[in-house]
Design a protein around this ligand. Structure first.
Ligand code: NZQ
Ligand code: ZN
Length: 386
């Protein structure tokens, strides 16, 4: 294990049906002016918006709406939110949604507190934001674990980049699975696959020898696979959805990453694919992972073989470590097919080679990956996803 320091700032409320109780306990801690942030309208259709408005009114809050946060949130939307927050002297941001709304709010929180352009601050000056407006997250779609960390993924359309930005940690996160039950089945599965991807991309980082963080990661992955099978049968299975919501949080609250340098190469490729095509995050990952892992397995055979046997149930009898390592991408591909996720870029409507070339040429190449890919190899991997 590499050395680390550990501190965790998010106050987590995890309980089905607990939303009202949790929110009422948190609201008095924050000021009067509240930015209520949400996505494209699901919270209005489900009745959650009216419920929150009334809880905020009873708590004596002055509420300003910041709606229409799109999936794969843009930098322009961040600036819109920051402007609103400054204009209304907002004391507190309530982010209600999935990863897109929560990520957008993490960066709104810090952008509203500085005149500097956050993108320039982080990418050009290599600085980090120093202050942020407090914010709380009500998770309506689990999978990204965005409520548990201070990294956001934002699309800067004019630059053709979907990239990580540091923002604020949520002061609190409410994981009430009852607010998630209206999520369409396809998105439930896509979100859960994203969690599996986070755990795998953490696992395949370094050190490459067995360690406690990875053993905990194996437990999280087994749980995701088991519960994904349950939600494929019934997406309203509350127990399975609760397990998936907590697995989502566990994969991104930093615990599995302690003492590790993570990989996240599949994510970096998918993010750029998302920048050029706006594809669904979990679906993009499902297409990329098996092809990427066929290229990676030989570079980290011990880890690949272990994941194959310990998590995907591949029978080790009579097989060498190298053979077991190569069996992992195939077991993963079979699982993706089993849960009905897309397996080709064509299924995502992506057929243009120029987009694949741009994706390969602009994605971040991660230092924690077992193999340093060339841009041509990333392009070859994307070709194999067609
Ligand atoms: O926008 P609305 O109308 O609310 O609809 C959303 C959206 O269309 C809908 N939805 C959410 N909760 C619902 C619901 N529909 C019905 N009932 C509910 N309870 O679901 C759709 C998808 O939501 P979105 O937030 O876009 O999805 P997800 O949670 O997968 O977030 C994706 C974003 O998170 C980033 C991704 O790159 C992507 O931009 N990620 C953030 C991470 C982080 N900060 O740690 C890690 C991830 O790797 C990921 O990169
Ligand atoms: Zn992800």
């Amino acid at each position: 294990m590499n050395p680390f320091t550990y501190e965790y700032p998010v106050h987590v409320h995890f309980d089905a049906g607990s939303l009202e109780k949790a929110l009422v306990s948190e609201l008095p801690k924050y000021g009067k002016h509240v930015l209520l942030a949400y996505g494209g309208g699901s919270i209005k259709r489900t009745g959650l918006y009216d419920k929150l408005k009334s809880l905020l009114a009873v708590a004596g809050k002055e509420v300003y709406d910041f709606g229409g946060i799109m999936s794969n949130p843009t930098y322009a939307k961040v600036q819109e939110g920051a402007k609103l927050a400054r204009e209304h002297k907002v004391d507190f941001i309530l982010a209600v949604g999935g990863g897109s709304v929560i990520d957008c709010c993490k960066v709104v929180s810090v952008q509203a507190k500085t005149d500097k352009d956050i993108w320039a601050l982080e990418y050009e000056e290599k600085g980090k934001p120093e202050a942020g407006i407090p914010f709380g997250a009500i998770v309506t779609a689990s999978g990204t674990g965005a409520e548990m960390n201070n990294g956001a993924v934002i699309t800067y359309e004019e630059r053709g980049q979907k990239s990580p930005l540091w923002g604020s940690f949520a002061d609190f996160a409410i994981l009430d699975v009852e607010t998630m039950l209206t999520l369409p089945k396809k998105q439930v599965i896509s979100g859960a696959f994203d969690t599996l991807s986070h755990a795998m991309e953490t696992y395949f980082g370094s050190p490459r020898t067995p360690n406690l963080s990875d053993e905990m990661g194996e437990a999280v992955m087994r749980s995701v696979i088991r519960n994904l099978r349950r939600v494929v049968k019934d997406e309203k299975d509350v127990e399975a959805r609760s397990e998936l919501a907590w697995a989502s949080a566990m994969a991104e609250n930093g615990i599995l990453k302690l003492g590790k340098v993570t990989d996240f190469q599949a994510h970096m490729i998918e993010h750029q694919l998302g920048a050029f095509t706006n594809c669904n995050h979990g679906a993009g990952l499902a297409v990329i992972h098996p092809a990427l892992y066929r290229h990676l397995a030989k570079a980290a055979p011990q880890q690949f073989a272990r994941l194959a046997t310990e998590v995907f149930g591949v029978d080790a009898a009579g097989r060498s470590e190298a053979e077991l390592a190569l069996a992992l991408p195939e077991a993963l591909a079979a699982f993706i097919k089993e849960i009905g996720m897309p397996t080709t870029l064509a299924e995502l409507g992506i057929t243009d080679d120029a987009i694949l070339r741009k994706t390969a040429d602009t994605c971040i190449l991660t230092p924690g990956c077992a193999k340093k890919f060339t841009r041509d190899e990333v392009y070859a991997i994307l070709q194999e996803c067609k």
